[in-house]
Design a protein around this ligand. Sequence first.
Ligand code: AHR
Length: 506
Amino acid sequence: MLVFALALTLGATAQVKVKVSETAQGQPGIPAEIYGQFSEHLGRCIYEGIWVGPDSDIPNVEGYRIDVLEALKALKVPVLRWPGGCFADEYHWMDGIGPRENRPKLVNNNWGSTLEDNSFGTHEFLNLCEMLGTQPYISGNVGSGTVEELAKWVEYMTAENGTMAELRAKNGRKEPWKVKYLGVGNESWGCGGDMTPDYYSDVYKRYALYSRNYSGNQLFKVACGASDYDYNWTRVMMKNAASKMDGLSLHYYTCKGWVGSKGAALHFTNEDYYNTLAKCVEVDEVLRNHEAIMDAYDPQRRVALLLDEWGTWFDSEPGFNPGHLYQQNTLRDAMVAALSLNIFNKHTARLKMANIAQVVNVLQAMILTKGPQMLLTPTYHVFRMYSVHQNATYVPAEYDCERLVSEEGRIMDKFSASASRDASGVLHVSLANPVLDKPVTVELSFDSLKPKTVTGEILTAPDVHAYNDFGKEPAVKPAAFTGTKISGNKVKLTLPAASIVVLEVK
Ligand code: AHR
């Protein structure tokens, strides 16, 4: 506690110099998929959140609620993972095709024993992806499904001819869909089958082998990876199966711990705030460690790392089914998103996808709904502001800054930045000041660029507990950022306490 307090009071006037090397050559691209989303049959993510059915009073197009659809379009979702999560390893896709009234009911054993009617299935998901212009990422059932079941699912979705294609056509879809990403199991060390990495690596190879490429569709096969600090899982998977996979996943949640209370999303102390952020930025080290293991087995970096679940995980909001993982979202969550995305941008030599959990009504959601009402969370705004980095080229942005030690003993920077150059040559710099009680003065300098204009947006609020609530004016929303001063090849600005700024530099 003493160390924590000292860290907060030392270095009263925060100033950071950021060297943006816009002429640096050979930098990796930032795959759009780093800004990916995750949708699971969990709580009100699919049902009510995305899908209300064509007969609903909630305005919808063919069953998809219009407000959510429009908000997701504006977010430019590059990839959407489905149907789980833990749900995936108990999902039998054949239950979710054909006339909806004939589909069997399903008890969602993982998530609150909710009874589902399977009205959202393969067609509903893949059509949604087409409407959004997003890539589907199918999570296959390995835990309780067969090799044949997964093989046939792939055939059903992607083959032009054959029995599965005929069945698909009979169900209303003649043309196959394009499906690139196929996850072969989820958390196979836990809810996805409770396997050891040695055992799973053989299982993975069997399921992956029979998941074929049909009609020009090229699968990108993702093996189930580790959770957090389980480096042994990554090591064994790379040793046993690297040559048979295109990607290996990883899950990392900003969570206080898996036993007992995870803390409330809305009510937290300053110590809780820094504990959360310090845990969140530890993902940098965790990624580096997994990447180093992958480098040892795959120095050419052929196998991608996919952080296909990440985000904050707090206690469920009071009054909601605890198995539905519904939590509110404050400026603290926005800060977690900003710090995480700045880190992910720097790892794209190996990290090719990240999927925040989850898109609507679950964990660190973009969107929350309550009956016919919908709101955009602070995290949504960060994703929208940061979407400028999608498919841009990484630009090194180096700085030295003060650090603090959280009450839990983690060390974190008191500042965060990353930069990229888009296809038209425009530079974007995303900056965050996580410190609650002090602004930070930032000086950006460029190799040779003499900026003519700098525009930007800021996301902040007078109180870090601020959140957007139903029926109220949004308390956290972006505003134009105007406080920049250009002088030669330098730009100066001040980031208020607890703020996130994305600049466009021309
Ligand atoms: O996102 C919620 C759950 O967290 C997922 O279903 C599972 O994969 C992870 O444990």
